[in-house]
Write a protein that binds this ligand. Structure first.
Ligand code: ADP
Ligand code: MG
Length: 405
């Protein structure tokens, strides 16, 4: 009998490759398998809430069934979604008569969840210990960003302030930020290091505005020794938060506290932001990150294998590195998929099977470049609203969610 947990890990590995990171994290982060009944062709999946349940039923059911068939070769044709949390699952009573194994709640959360990976120190906020300089592979493409990051971690607030890192998604910006924070803390354990994604900063700001917790909000960020602000492109169209951040920036910079910023584009291309904000971004050091060359991609894969205690033929590593060129998250996804497949099938890796495993990943048209326009169109179509409505100014309720997406 196959282990349901392994099957679910394999399914998640597949889905991670075909969905955007945001979608995958939003919908699959807290899901787990409860049982599989191979005779009936039925599986039961635990989901955290009713919203996710209906989303799964309507949007992802077919993809999950397909992924299950790919991963386990069994014929699960119907899936029940049960609202449950991982914790409550461990106390759950399982109806008799089913061929199943319980997850026992011990299932490792998905890799995308950082909860268990949090860097624990009273003066560190939001840092993940998964991302360090020691597991960051340096090569053409990220060399400058890496050395600037090291310099900042060594002498925060002194050399490059702010440090502005930019590059496409999945190329290691967030990784470097956490690495800076962790390295700086190991040099000076009493420094106050805050990592925040700009979206979260915005949400916290809005919540503070609503609940009247402004002073605490301000004080929190303004007393940082190192403030790491990820994805500032989310600042666009958020005037109030932008102003709040601008003022925080001024205070910190004036006090020679280190600020590190990332974005998907250079400061000059953030044209929607106020000039004074853009010019601050350009005060220090700007470094871009490009996709690493093939040799570096190979080194990254080798390192990831080592970390996971898994050994793959150099030929296979080379094949993956050669064929996945878009971003490193995808590279990791392909590796995860390969590893999941082997763990399930207990077979020795061979190049031809890897080719097979990655076939749909490599051929998937969704991997082709998606323009912002194409994305807006897809969202408009999905919610059945018009393009002018979704991009316009009207604040009708039914337009809010599609617009945010
Ligand atoms: P970004 O923030 O630029 O979108 P991330 O920092 O989230 O990208 O990186 C995506 C994934 O790729 C992460 O799991 C990260 O650890 C990994 N990664 C990126 N660059 C490297 C590198 N040079 N060496 C090792 N892993 C890397
Ligand atoms: Mg990032």
């Amino acid at each position: 009998m196959t282990d349901p947990q392994k099957i679910w890990q394999g399914v998640l590995g597949e889905l991670e490759l075909i969905l955007s990171k945001a979608n995958f994290t939003t919908w699959f982060k807290n899901t787990f398998i409860i049982s599989i009944d191979e005779e009936k062709g039925e599986a039961v999946i635990g989901v955290p809430n009713a919203f996710t349940k209906s989303w799964m039923e309507e949007k992802y059911n077919a993809a999950i069934i397909k992924a299950m068939a790919n991963v386990s070769g069994n014929n699960v044709s119907s899936i029940l979604y049960q609202i449950q949390t991982l914790k409550s699952a461990s106390h759950q009573h399982i109806p008799a008569g089913r061929l199943q194994q319980q997850t026992g709640g011990a299932l490792e959360p998905l890799q995308t969840s950082n909860k268990t990976q949090e860097y624990e120190a009273p003066n560190a906020y939001g840092l993940s210990k998964r991302y360090t300089f020691s597991n960051f592979i340096v090569g053409a493409g990220n060399q400058l960003a890496h050395s600037a990051s090291c310099a900042v971690a060594e002498e925060p607030g002194i050399r490059y302030n702010p440090l502005f890192l930019y590059g496409d998604v999945g190329l290691g910006k967030t990784h470097l930020m956490h690495a800076i924070g962790i390295a700086a803390l190991s040099r000076n354990p009493s420094s106050r290091v805050i990592y925040i994604n700009f979206e979260k900063f915005t949400n916290d700001y809005v919540a503070a505005a609503r609940k009247g917790g402004f002073d605490a909000f301000r004080e929190h960020y303004r007393s940082a020794d190192i403030l790491l602000v990820d994805d500032v492109q989310f600042m666009i169209d958020k005037e109030k938060t932008q102003e709040e951040f601008f003022n925080t920036f001024e205070v910190l910079h004036h006090n020679e506290k280190q600020i590190v910023i990332t974005s998907d584009r250079p400061p000059k291309a953030l044209i929607e932001l106020e000039d004074r904000m853009i010019s601050r971004f350009e005060w220090g050091m700007i470094a871009d990150i490009k996709m690493p060359d093939q040799e570096t991609r190979r080194a990254i894969l080798e390192n990831k294998c080592k970390e996971r205690g898994f050994s793959l033929d150099p030929e296979i590593i080379a094949y993956i590195a050669e064929n996945i060129k878009n971003n490193i998250r995808e590279l990791e996804g392909a590796l995860n998929k390969t590893i999941a497949w082997y763990e399930l099938n207990h077979k020795t890796p061979s190049l031809s099977s890897v080719r097979e495993i990655l076939l749909n990943v490599l051929a998937d048209p969704a991997r082709k470049y998606l323009s912002p326009r194409r994305i807006i169109e897809a969202v408009a179509e999905f919610y059945d609203v018009s393009l002018p409505d979704i991009t316009g100014q009207c604040r009708k309720r039914e337009l809010v969610l599609p617009r945010q997406i």
